[in-house]
Design a binder for this molecule. Structure first.
Ligand code: GLY
Length: 306
């Protein structure tokens, strides 16, 4: 079925984005949104649009994903990503994978396979088998993150959870949701996780229901923030379910309020099956960009940090 509207929303994380980094976060989100929009405008699928948008963000070095990822306690980049197609509820996730610059594309290969989740060394091998680009792990370590890791290491008792998810925390995980002209929705989320995390630690981002969800019956959601708090409230699925009765803006706000029960910080983006959008966060700032084309409302564009 052909629709008259199409939408993409991307986020670059919800946290206290330093003032001097806000322009880069806004521009990075905008560029990723435009990349996803180009796919949609050409009649491409929501799934291709969210993957394309996140590939750009994983390459940018601005966000805590792909080449901008923070380092774990061993000084290594370990990546998590998930992707979901609302058409048939197909899912693919990878976690704690090293040496893969585009974990969102690896997650897509998992989605296309008979599996749902592949982790660790097995995920890197899965990349090799399915022709997904690999690189030396060291290539994913940026100068910025190496410096931050050195600083944290020299502190007397570096505590990754406090550093990353302290009073004003959150994180610069990236995510995207889209609705295509055929009426299909998709969601994807990608992250390097929390700085100084223990090796093997996995947050919410690749977990279907927590870090992302997509169902043509309701809509698509991607989340960001403190994984250990987002997981117990199953934030993405909570918001998606609420969209069956509420406007997406009301749904994301009500879902975000559930984080209060676990003292959680974060944010989320959503698009429903009608093309309506929701964006909410409980951190000082959130980076996002959205574009929507609708016969009734015309082109809508909005972006933050806000
Ligand atoms: N939301 C990212 C993480 O907790 O790893």
């Amino acid at each position: 079925m052909s629709r008259s509207s199409s939408v993409i929303v991307v986020h670059g994380g919800a946290f206290d984005i330093p003032r001097e980094e806000r322009d880069a976060h806004r521009d990075g989100c905008h560029e990723a949104m435009e990349a996803g929009w180009t796919v949609l405008a050409a009649g491409g699928s929501a799934l291709d649009a969210v993957e394309g948008a996140l590939r750009l963000m994983e390459d940018s070095g601005i966000f805590g994903a792909g080449r901008g990822s923070s380092l774990n306690e061993d000084g290594t980049v370990e990546l998590d990503a998930g992707i979901m197609d609302g058409t048939d509820l197909a899912v693919g996730s990878v976690a704690a994978v090293q040496g893969v610059p585009h974990p969102v594309t690896l997650a897509r290969r998992v989605l296309e396979s008979e599996f749902a989740v592949v982790v660790g060394h097995g995920a890197a091998r899965f990349a090799e088998r399915t022709g997904v680009e690999r690189c030396d792990s060291a290539e994913l370590i940026s100068d910025r993150e190496r410096r931050r890791w050195e600083e944290r290491r020299s502190q007397p008792d570096p505590d990754w959870a406090v550093t990353m998810f302290g009073a004003r925390g959150g994180g610069d995980t990236v995510g995207a949701v889209a609705l295509d002209f055929r009426g299909n929705v998709a969601a994807a989320t990608s992250t390097g996780g929390a700085p100084f995390k223990p090796s093997g630690r996995v947050g919410d981002s690749p977990l279907i229901g927590a870090g992302l969800y997509a169902d043509n019956a309701t809509g698509a959601v991607s989340t960001t923030g403190h994984g250990e708090r987002i997981i117990p409230v199953v934030l993405a699925k909570t918001a998606a379910d609420m969209m069956s009765a509420l406007h997406p803006q009301a749904a994301v706000e009500r879902a975000l309020a559930t984080l209060g029960r676990v003292d959680g910080l974060g944010g989320l983006i959503a698009v429903d099956r009608h093309g309506r959008v929701g964006v909410a966060w409980n951190t000082p700032t959130m980076a996002f960009a959205l574009r929507s084309s609708d016969e009734a409302s015309g082109r809508v564009e909005r972006s933050g940090p806000a």
